[in-house]
Design a protein around this ligand. Structure first.
Ligand SMILES: Nc1nc2c(ncn2[C@@H]2O[C@H](COP(=O)(O)OP(=O)(O)OP(=O)(O)O)[C@@H](O)[C@H]2O)c(=O)[nH]1
Length: 204
């Protein structure tokens, strides 16, 4: 079974818990305890594979160094970065998170392939008080090789589900790429030896 680890990050009150709970239970509760962090587990069957999905939903910790993220970066296979389309400061926060994830030293130190990142403009039902344009979100995502969508955890259960499925599929694609790039096991070693000695024999 594949383990898929997903971190849902973003500014305070952007709807991280609402999105996560909506995906896991199809329900929108309205108020969520925000003083503790949670890792939720869910079994999924996707693309012919059994998956054990873990979703990390952090608590808002104003005192914690905002963009250190070191443990999250090492833990997660992919990220959902959430902002609130009616709150410009949450977009600035999301931007800083995206930059942090895409920093060259972050992306190269640990991973054979770049992490999957999906930028989400939440609270689309509040578009009458919108402070962040759809194009701004789209541009930030495009410039930083992220997926992008706008939706409402409050009103769009299906869209929320599709959003999570999209990022999980991206993570699975990355797993496949990683697998291709890693010479694994005796088969690859045999191939390597064969290549080296095979070539020498030819030239004698
Ligand atoms: N109108 C509207 N409100 C939403 C939506 N999603 C979440 N909310 C509300 O926004 C508030 C914050 O939602 P949470 O899910 O607790 O946000 P969070 O990012 O987990 O919050 P912290 O953990 O405190 O950072 C709650 O009052 C939710 O009811 C949405 O799509 N539309």
């Amino acid at each position: 079974m594949n383990d898929v680890k997903l971190a849902v990050l973003g500014g305070e009150g952007t709807g991280k818990s609402a999105l996560t709970v909506r995906f896991l239970t199809k329900r929108f509760i309205g108020e969520y305890a925000s003083n503790f962090e949670s890792i939720y587990s869910k079994h999924l069957y996707l693309e012919g594979k059994q998956l054990n999905l873990e979703i990390y939903d952090p608590c808002s910790q104003p005192k914690k160094a905002k963009f250190s993220l070191t443990s999250e970066l090492h833990w997660a296979d992919g990220f959902v970065i959430v902002y609130d389309i009616s709150d410009r400061s949450s977009f600035a926060f999301a931007k800083a998170l995206v930059y942090r994830i895409r920093e060259p030293q972050t992306s190269h130190c640990k991973r054979a392939v770049e992490s999957a990142v999906l930028l989400v403009g939440n609270k689309q039902d509040l578009c009458h008080v919108r402070e962040v344009g759809w194009e701004e979100g789209q541009k930030l995502a495009l410039d930083n090789r992220c997926q992008f969508c706008e939706l409402s955890a409050a009103e769009q259960s299906l869209e929320v589900e599709m959003m999570f499925i999209r990022i999980i599929k991206d993570i699975l694609t990355n797993f496949k790429l990683k697998e291709k790039r890693r010479p694994s096991g005796s088969k690859s070693m045999a191939k390597l030896i064969n290549n080296v000695f095979g070539k020498r024999r030819k030239s004698v």
